[in-house]
Design a protein around this ligand. Structure first.
Ligand SMILES: [Zn+2]
Ligand SMILES: [Zn+2]
Length: 163
């Protein structure tokens, strides 16, 4: 919460070159199954939430944009490729997975269902395992060093030189 009781959200890309802050309530949290969102996110669908007008600030760097249509820009980190925005004439939506606390931004609607992949609804019923349950087959996990930006703002980044 900010001083005037507005909700505050922060987030950014995987490498930390681009960070954002949102003051005010998000709206239209949704997933879009359309083919353009699949491509832009490299994913089955795009999870997006609209920032309140004037409430979005880029606090470190700024996304590079690709004009995916005459009306829409797609923002992403030029350093690491994380998809970050869907920018339309009626507002800017942010990728829910890029938020520091994506668990706080629950989608309430699906768009673009004409593009829904035939297996998209089956994913939750697939067998699942936690990451470290795989250490027997993927022994490199034992010595994994994580270079992902942490889920909070940082004074300086990278924290130290990474090879
Ligand atoms: Zn990045
Ligand atoms: Zn879409």
């Amino acid at each position: 919460m900010s001083l005037d009781n507005k909700p505050v959200y922060t987030g950014g890309c995987q490498c930390g070159a681009v960070r954002f802050r949102v003051e005010g309530a998000l709206s239209n949290a949704s997933v879009c199954h359309c083919r353009m969102c699949q491509k832009a996110f490299g994913n089955f669908y795009a999870p997006l939430a609209t920032a309140p007008e004037g409430g979005l600030t880029w606090t470190r760097g700024e996304p590079k944009r690709f004009r995916s249509s005459n009306h829409v820009l797609r923002g992403f980190c030029a350093e690491c490729g994380t998809p970050l925005t869907f920018e339309a004439p009626d507002g800017v939506a942010l990728a829910i997975g890029a938020f520091d606390h994506p668990e706080e931004v629950m989608p309430t609607k699906q768009w673009g269902t004409e593009g829904k992949l035939p297996y998209a609804d089956d994913v939750p019923s697939l067998p699942g395992r936690e990451t470290m349950a795989d250490v027997g087959d993927a022994s490199y996990l034992r010595t994994l060093v994580d270079y992902q930006h942490p889920d909070h703002d940082t004074e300086t980044w990278p924290a130290e030189e990474t090879p």
